[in-house]
Structures are given as structure tokens and as C-alpha cells.
Design a binder for this molecule. Structure first.
Ligand code: SF4
Length: 224
């Protein structure tokens, strides 16, 4: 990603936070991952049932280590030895969790969240279920508008995630969605088959349930 001068980054973060708040989401800015973890401890109470989506950002944050401390009722979807059925059960239990942790594929300056999933357990939990959703977002996920958000997923997030998840897709080989070869690609264009991770597209705009979603922007490059 092109390096953004700090003064410009501050302005973009300020605008994004103002608009997230207008959209009834709590919004915070942290200098670094250590500060974000301290904020997590303030937002999540000991004993809360907590789980999360698959996320490179959360991995970089080291959140799983914190969740395994015993202070929280952690629904650990990444515990070794789980069967596919047990993992699916945790995905469903997530809808009743106190707190769901995730990142966002993109956050627009208008205060919208843009997320794309294949299995879609993550975006479904963002949309409804857990009492509270906390999103940790590196500054590299900030975009001006939804057009940039869509392009960010097709040229960066989806290819990187298909590599991470070992999905056999064209973008995992070329670094961008094959739909970009078309003039006006639709949401249905791109690859087919079981490896496709662009199945459901969610835009979170103004929220009815004030402050259920909390967005923590971190001034570090995190995730894809
Ligand atoms: S539609 Fe397929 S090729 Fe295009 S970005 Fe998504 S997973 Fe990759």
C-alpha cells in the first residue's frame, strides 16, 4: 500500500470515525496493537462469552492468546483437533455470544463497513446475533467509498485470503479477480466452484442498534 503521510492519515481517520459515529457505531483510534489490546480489556468483561471470525488481523493482534487466559468464556473455533461438525457448532453458538471479534475487509470514509465471505459465518454474525461486535481494523483497510472497497477486495483481500485458506481460485494465482477482465463486472462474475470466497457481500450502513458494532482503527498495517 502507498505510504500515507501521518497528517493525511489522521484526517482520514478523523473523518471515518465521525461518520461511523453518525452511523450509530462506536469508533476508536489506537496508535498500535498494544493500545488496541488494552481497549479490548475495557470493552469486554471477564466472563463474557467471546468468539471470532477467521482473521489475519486478529492473529497479528495476538487476541487468541488473550482469550485463552481463562478470563473469558472463549468459544475457540481454532482449537486443534476439532472436527468439522464441532467447528460448525461453534459458528452457530457465535450468534448467542456476548462479543464477536473480527476485522473488516474495508471501512469507507462515509462510515460504511464492507465485507465479503464464502462460508459467511462471519458476515452473518456481524449482521445479527452477538450482542456486541468489535472490529479491529488496520489503517490499510480505510478506503474513500464503496467503489474503492469493492476494488480492494477484488485486488487484495480476496486473493490474499484465498492464498491463506488454500482455495483453488484464479485470484490466488494471479493476485486479482478474473471478473476484472470484463468491462462492467457484476457481483456474480469471477470464478465458480467450491473455492470461491466471494459469495455474500455485506454493506453495514447506519445501524438501528446503536453501538452494537464497535470499530477500532489501528494506526498500523494489519491483515489484508
Ligand atoms: S470471485 Fe473468485 S477469482 Fe474473483 S476474487 Fe472472488 S474468489 Fe477470487
Amino acid at each position: 500500500m502507498e505510504k500515507i503521510p501521518m497528517e493525511i492519515l489522521e484526517l482520514r481517520i478523523k473523518k471515518t470515525i465521525e461518520n461511523l459515529k453518525k452511523n450509530n457505531m462506536e469508533a476508536y483510534c489506537c496508535e498500535n496493537t498494544a493500545e488496541a489490546l488494552e481497549l479490548f480489556k475495557k470493552l469486554v468483561k471477564p466472563g463474557d462469552t467471546v468468539t471470532h471470525g477467521g482473521s489475519e488481523t486478529l492473529k497479528q493482534l495476538g487476541i487468541r492468546e488473550l482469550l485463552k487466559s481463562g478470563e473469558y468464556n472463549y468459544l475457540d473455533r481454532d482449537k486443534s483437533g476439532l472436527t468439522r461438525e464441532e467447528i460448525e457448532e461453534i459458528y452457530r453458538k457465535a450468534y448467542f455470544a456476548d462479543v464477536y471479534l473480527t476485522s473488516s475487509n474495508a471501512v469507507t470514509e462515509n462510515g460504511e463497513l464492507y465485507n465479503v465471505d464464502g462460508n459467511s459465518n462471519r458476515i452473518s454474525a456481524i449482521l445479527y446475533g452477538p450482542k456486541s461486535v468489535i472490529m479491529f481494523v488496520g489503517y490499510n483497510k480505510l478506503v474513500r467509498n464503496l467503489d474503492e472497497a469493492i476494488m480492494r477486495v477484488k485486488t487484495l483481500a480476496a486473493p490474499a485470503n484465498t492464498v491463506r485458506l488454500s482455495c483453488e481460485t484464479p485470484c490466488s494465482k494471479t493476485g486479482e479477480c478474473i471478473s476484472l477482465k470484463k468491462d462492467n463486472p457484476s457481483m456474480c462474475d469471477g470464478c465458480g466452484g467450491s473455492g470461491r470466497i466471494c459469495c455474500n457481500y455485506a454493506v453495514s450502513a447506519q445501524q438501528r442498534h446503536k453501538n452494537r458494532i464497535k470499530v477500532v482503527i489501528i494506526k498500523e498495517q494489519l491483515g489484508y
